[in-house]
Design a binder for this molecule. Structure first.
Ligand SMILES: [Zn+2]
Length: 457
């Protein structure tokens, strides 16, 4: 969520019905993809014809003939030999059939609050809906899952005070947002399926459903209480963004405009314990919106892989909400680094200069994060319904294939693009689930730490 969702945005012509059929299969049914999404040995799609397949004795002749055959093959038959169609959009759609998009951050629930007072019976997602998201456009965009952000705004700092003790009604509002998200998911059982873990995501996509997960967008929504974190998890929430645009009892935010003055200089003492508990229960640590110090400390402290649910690259466009290169350099699976995925935000404010933001700019952010952190560490977190403006060419959830087509043109392979679409997130999610299992198996006690400014406990 960056600002109020807006209405009446121009939309491109969605792809035809034929191209929206067959949401992902191999991507979610191939167990090995979870740890090796960019490894070209993973059979996401049929393998290309190889020399070994043809036979060694006549390999030379056949290789030449095969090359000629494949090169001359029309796009409609290209998948039969494992070759992507030459047309980038057709190639993108083919990839997304097997590896649909799992978006890290969509703000539909706050739109339902603002526009419908959370009255789900008044909501019809089966046709053209206000904002960036409805069912026909999700299908056209090859979406296999997304995190429904259960966002509640930051309190007014003048009212809240520096000890963050007054706005416990943020917990009430968060519960209402969890409620509206769940009821909307339940309203369309043929389309959405509530997902609590990586296996649920696979099952949902395998059954042609859109895996629906919940993410809380800010530590201010926790009412200063680690017990509330545990109960959000029990209600199905699977990530908590440590901050929104305000500092809270647990961590410093990067704010929105330049010059945010730090309060804790990163995590507070109870903020470290919050991460311990998130690791223990399997709640993903989301570092979007955090200050650079918070991000560095959380990366170092977390035993589990982390995410940025909706953040872009600061080196491409200088904005506090974007991730700087020195933080990107800390992400990885090598010794001394922490696994993670930075899911690129489409908000024009974060992508480029006003009036000049297109899908090409978003592709530049994707490529920069891939260059610094690696292609296994980038994903998509559009912030649709939470951003007022959108880039030209990425106007709503029907447009993801256009971004993939652009990256096909830039030389990304189908394996790398399957990682970008969602396999990288799945790997990170599974890593966090594994750490949680290990910590619980080791008998790690829940965190009972109490925020030191409270006087009632
Ligand atoms: Zn946000």
């Amino acid at each position: 969520m960056s600002s109020a969702a807006e209405e009446g945005l121009p939309r491109p012509e969605p792809p035809s019905r034929e191209v929206i059929l067959g949401l992902g299969r191999a991507y979610v049914s191939t167990p090995r993809i979870e740890t090796r999404p960019s490894d070209e040995s993973v059979p996401l799609l049929p393998r290309p014809v190889t020399i070994e397949d043809i036979g060694k004795t006549r390999a030379g002749v056949w290789a030449v003939l095969t090359t000629i055959f494949i090169a001359a093959l029309p796009d409609s038959l290209a998948p039969l030999v494992g070759r992507l169609p030459r047309d980038p959009m057709r190639a993108a759609l083919l990839i997304l059939n097997d590896a649909p998009v799992i978006d890290g951050h969509i703000d539909l629930p706050i739109l339902l609050r603002m526009a419908f007072a959370n009255n789900v019976s008044a909501v019809d997602l089966t046709k053209d809906f206000v904002g960036h998201v409805d069912i026909p456009r999700l299908r056209a965009g090859k979406v296999g899952g997304f995190f429904w952000s259960v966002y509640v705004g930051c309190p007014d700092p003048a009212v809240e005070g520096k000890d963050f003790l007054t706005s416990t009604w943020r917990v009430r509002d968060t519960l209402e947002q969890i409620d509206v998200a769940k009821l909307t998911i339940e309203k369309y059982p043929d389309v959405f399926r509530a997902a609590l873990g990586s296996e649920d995501i696979r099952d949902a996509i395998n059954n042609g459903k859109i895996a629906s997960l919940l993410g809380v967008e800010g530590g201010h929504q926790l009412g200063n209480s680690i017990a509330v974190l545990r109960q959000y998890h029990a209600l199905g929430v699977r990530y908590v963004t440590l901050t929104h645009i305000c500092h809270n009892a647990f961590a410093d935010s990067c704010g929105f405009d330049p010059g945010m003055i730090p309060l804790h200089h990163g995590l507070s003492p109870i903020g470290f314990r919050l991460i311990d508990e998130m690791n223990r229960i399997g709640m993903l640590v989301d570092l979007s919106h955090t200050s650079d110090d918070t991000a560095r400390q959380a990366l170092t402290h977390s035993k589990a892989p982390v995410i940025w649910s909706h953040s872009s690259a600061r080196a491409v466009h200088d904005h506090a909400r974007n991730v700087p290169d020195d933080v990107l350099a800390l992400i990885g699976t090598e010794e001394g680094k922490t696994d993670g995925v930075v899911m690129v935000n489409f908000g024009p404010t974060f992508i480029g200069d006003p009036g000049n933001v297109t899908l090409y700019g978003v592709a530049d952010h994707v490529e920069h994060i891939a260059k610094v952190a690696g292609k296994k560490h980038v994903g998509l977190g559009s912030d649709f319904d939470g951003i007022g403006e959108t880039p030209v060419g990425l106007e709503d959830v029907s447009t993801y294939p256009a971004l993939f087509a652009e990256l096909v043109k830039r030389g990304w392979t189908k394996y790398e693009l399957s990682g970008l679409a969602g396999a990288n997130l799945l790997r990170v999610f599974e890593g966090a689930e594994r750490v949680s299992r290990e910590l619980q198996a080791a008998g790690t006690a829940p965190a009972f730490d109490v925020y030191d400014k409270r006087t009632d406990l």
